[in-house]
Design a protein around this ligand. Structure first.
Ligand code: ADP
Ligand code: MG
Length: 625
C-alpha cells in the first residue's frame, strides 16, 4: 500500500494556519459544517440517483452517524452519501475549489479575526475541523466505485492519501480531538450542538457513544438526536395544523397557538422558504431593545442565526419562525449578513408579504385582526415612523379607539364619520385609554359630537411628528392650540367674555406670572373649571411628558396656556371676587390651586405638592368658619 504526500495549496495552508491557531469563540460550528457537508453529500447522491439508479443500489436509507470515543479521543462523523474518490479528495480537501478563490485571496487581511469570518463567507467549512482536532482522517468511497481512500492530515502544510477499505459508499471523518477541545467528546454537549444547529436537517442524525458502565448489556448507546425533517421544506398540503403548531412551539419557545401562519416558497432570482408565525400572545421580551428579531435564518436547512437584525424590520419583531435561503453561503458571518444584497431583497420581500397578509386578515377577519392589533399594534405602529416606504400602508391598517365608542376603528372609519365641513382629524394622546377618556379638553368636542381619536401608545406621539395629515386631512391635538370647534361657537365665546371673566383673567395672569403662558376663555370645556393646553407652536403636553420620562428633554416643562370655563360655577364665583378691591392678594391661593388642579387632571403632580396641600387646607378651613 502506497501513501502519497501532497502539499496543500498555498492559500489553504494559510487558511489552516488560521484555523489551527484560531481564537474563534464558536469552535462548535465545526460540527455544523461537517453535518452540513454530510447532508449535502446525501442530497447529491439522491439527486444523481434520479438519473442513475445503479448508484443507489446499496445506498440504503440516508443517514448521518456521529460516534464518540473517549478512550481514543476521537469523534467520527459518517454519512452514506456521494463520497469522494482520490481526485475529489485532492481537489475538494486540498484546494479552495470555489470560483471566488482569487477574491478570497484579495480579501485576506492578515487580521486573524477578520479572516476567520471570511472563511465562513467563502464556504470552506471543512477546514474548520482543525479548530478542534490535531489530526483528521477522511475515509471515503465514491458511490458507484469500488476503491476507497484515506485522506489524513494534521493541518500543517501537507496531507497524505492512501488506498483503503470501506464497506459502503460515503464518507467517514475521524477527528482526533485536541486536548483543549475535550468538551466535544461529551454526549450532552454534542446533543446540544446538534439540536441547536442541525435539528432540521432532513436526515436522521444518530449519536453513538460507548457505554461507560462495563456491566451494561449493550456496548453502545445509540440515540437519534434530530427531528429529521425540515417542516418548512415540505409542501403545505402535507402539513397538518397540529404539526404547524408544534413547530411553532419549538421554534418560538412559546406555548400559545400561532394566530397566523405564513408559509410559502419564493422562487425566481432569489430562492428561499418562509415559515413564519404571528403569536397570539405577547412574548415577554417584545420590548427588550437588545432583540430586534427572533426569526431564525437557515441556509439550505442549516441553522445560521436567530439574531439577525437584517432579516426583518424591528417593527415586525413579534414574528417567529424561519427563513431558509438557498442563495447565501453557509457559515456566513454576522458582518457579512449586514450589507448583503441577498438579505436585503429577502427582508424587503418578506416584509411586503407579512404586511399584505395583515391587510388580508384585516379585510377578511376583522375580529381576528383586532385581536392581533390589541397584542401587537403598538409594535407595528413603530413602522409608521421607521419605514418611510410603508408608513401609509401601515397607518391604513392601524386601529384606534375613539370617543365614538365603536370599538377599534381605522382612520378611514373615522374619516367616513367626520361631520360635514370638518377637515381636521382630532386626537388626544395619553398614557392610557382611561386617562384619555378623563381629559377635560374633550368636553367641548363631546358636546359638539365631534369624534376624537384616543392615541394611547407612546409611539403615537412619534409617528404623529412624521405624519402631519392623513387622506388630506390634518391631524390636530385637542390639547394644543385654540380649538376653533366652529365659527358660531367663536361668536358665542365672545359673548361669554363678561367684565368679571376679564377681571379674573387679569388676576390669574398676575398671580401665576411665568407659570402660564396665557390665560383665556375656553371653548373646549363644558364641565371642568380649567384645563391646560399647549400653544400652537409648543410641544404637545403628553409628548413633553414622555420625553421627560425618558430623559430626552432638559429643563423645566414649558409654560402652558390656561383655559377657563366661563360657564363653570367656580369660575363665575371667582370672577365676582376678581372685580373687588385687593382681589389679586385675596385670590393668590385660589389661582395657584386652579393651576395645580389643571395639572392633576393632566396626570401630573402639582409643582409643589406640599404647598398645594397647605393651600387647600387653608381654603377648606376658611370655608367652615
Ligand atoms: P462547501 O461545503 O461550502 O463546498 P467545505 O469546505 O465544507 O465547503 O467542503 C468542501 C468540499 O468537500 C465540498 O464541496 C464537497 O465537495 C467535499 N466534501 C466535504 N465533506 C464531504 C462529504 N462528507 N461527502 C462528500 N463530499 C464532501
Ligand atoms: Mg460545507
Amino acid at each position: 500500500m502506497t501513501t502519497e504526500k501532497h502539499g496543500f495549496e498555498a492559500e489553504v495552508s494559510r487558511l489552516l494556519h488560521m484555523m489551527v491557531h484560531s481564537v474563534y469563540s464558536e469552535r462548535e460550528i465545526f460540527l455544523r459544517e461537517l453535518i452540513s457537508n454530510a447532508s449535502d453529500a446525501c442530497d447529491k447522491l439522491r439527486y444523481e440517483g434520479l438519473t442513475n439508479a445503479d448508484l443507489l443500489k446499496d445506498a440504503g436509507e440516508f443517514s448521518i452517524d456521529i460516534r464518540l470515543d473517549k478512550e481514543t479521543n476521537t469523534l467520527t462523523i459518517s454519512d452514506n452519501g456521494i463520497g469522494m474518490n482520490k481526485e475529489d479528495l485532492i481537489s475538494h480537501l486540498g484546494t479552495i475549489a470555489r470560483s471566488g478563490t482569487s477574491a478570497f485571496m484579495e480579501n485576506i487581511s492578515g487580521n486573524e479575526k477578520k479572516d476567520v469570518n471570511l472563511i465562513g463567507q467563502f464556504g470552506v467549512g471543512f477546514y474548520s475541523v482543525f479548530m478542534v482536532a490535531d489530526k483528521v482522517e477522511v475515509l471515503s468511497r465514491k458511490a458507484g466505485e469500488d476503491a476507497a481512500w484515506l485522506w489524513a492530515s494534521d493541518g500543517i502544510g501537507e496531507y497524505t492519501i492512501s488506498s483503503a477499505e470501506k464497506a459502503g459508499n460515503g464518507t467517514s471523518i475521524m477527528l482526533h480531538i485536541k486536548d483543549d477541545a475535550k468538551e466535544f467528546l461529551d454526549v450532552y454537549r454534542l446533543r446540544n450542538i446538534i439540536k441547536t444547529y442541525s435539528d432540521h436537517i432532513t436526515l436522521p442524525i444518530t449519536l453513538i457513544s460507548k457505554n461507560e458502565d462495563e456491566k451494561a448489556e449493550e456496548e453502545e448507546t445509540t440515540e437519534k438526536v434530530n427531528d429529521g425533517t425540515a417542516l418548512w421544506a415540505r409542501p403545505k398540503s402535507e402539513i397538518t395544523d397540529d404539526q404547524y403548531k408544534e413547530f411553532y412551539h419549538h421554534v418560538a419557545h412559546a406555548y400559545d397557538d400561532p394566530a397566523t401562519t405564513i408559509h410559502y416558497r419564493a422562487e425566481g432570482k432569489i430562492e428561499y422558504t418562509v415559515l413564519l408565525f404571528i403569536p397570539s400572545q405577547q412574548p415577554m421580551d417584545l420590548f427588550d431593545p437588545a432583540r430586534k428579531t427572533k426569526v431564525k435564518l437557515y441556509v439550505k436547512r442549516v441553522f445560521i442565526t436567530d439574531d439577525c437584525e437584517d432579516l426583518l424590520p424591528s417593527y415586525l419583531r413579534f414574528m417567529r419562525g424561519v427563513v431558509d435561503s438557498e442563495d447565501l453561503p453557509l457559515n456566513i458571518s454576522r458582518e457579512m449578513l449586514q450589507n448583503n444584497p441577498v438579505m436585503r431583497s429577502i427582508k424587503n420581500a418578506v416584509t411586503k408579504r407579512i404586511l399584505s397578509e395583515l391587510e388580508k386578515k384585516a379585510d377578511k377577519d376583522p375580529d381576528g385582526f383586532n385581536e392581533f392589533w390589541k397584542v401587537f399594534g403598538s409594535v407595528l405602529k413603530e413602522g409608521i415612523y421607521e419605514d418611510f416606504e410603508r408608513r401609509d400602508q401601515i397607518l391604513k391598517i392601524s386601529r384606534f379607539e375613539t370617543t365614538a365608542d365603536k370599538g377599534l376603528s381605522t382612520l378611514d372609519d373615522y374619516v367616513s364619520r367626520m361631520k360635514k365641513g370638518q377637515d381636521t382629524i382630532y386626537y388626544i394622546t395619553a398614557d392610557s385609554l382611561a386617562a384619555a377618556k378623563r381629559s377635560p379638553q374633550l368636553e367641548g368636542f363631546k358636546a359638539k359630537k365631534i369624534e376624537v381619536i384616543y392615541f394611547t401608545d407612546p409611539v403615537d406621539e412619534f409617528w404623529l411628528q412624521m405624519m402631519p395629515e392623513y387622506d388630506g386631512k390634518k391631524f390636530a391635538s385637542v390639547t394644543r392650540g385654540s380649538a376653533d370647534l366652529d365659527d358660531k361657537k367663536k361668536d358665542k365665546k365672545k359673548k361669554k367674555q363678561t367684565p368679571e371673566i376679564d377681571a379674573l383673567i387679569g388676576v390669574l395672569k398676575t398671580n401665576l406670572g411665568e407659570a402660564v403662558k396665557d390665560v383665556r376663555v375656553s371653548n373646549r370645556l363644558t364641565d371642568s373649571a380649567v384645563c391646560l393646553v399647549a400653544d400652537d407652536n409648543d410641544m404637545d403636553i403628553h409628548l413633553e411628558r414622555i420625553l421627560k420620562m425618558h430623559n430626552k428633554l432638559e429643563g423645566a416643562a414649558s409654560a402652558r396656556v390656561m383655559e377657563i370655563n366661563a360657564d363653570n360655577p367656580l369660575i363665575k364665583a371667582l370672577g365676582e371676587q376678581a372685580t373687588r378691591d385687593g382681589s389679586v392678594d385675596a385670590l393668590k391661593d385660589a389661582s395657584q390651586i386652579l393651576l395645580d388642579q389643571a395639572r392633576i387632571m393632566e396626570g401630573d403632580l402639582p409643582d409643589d405638592p406640599v404647598a398645594f396641600a397647605t393651600r387647600l387646607s387653608t381654603i377648606m378651613t376658611n370655608s367652615f368658619k
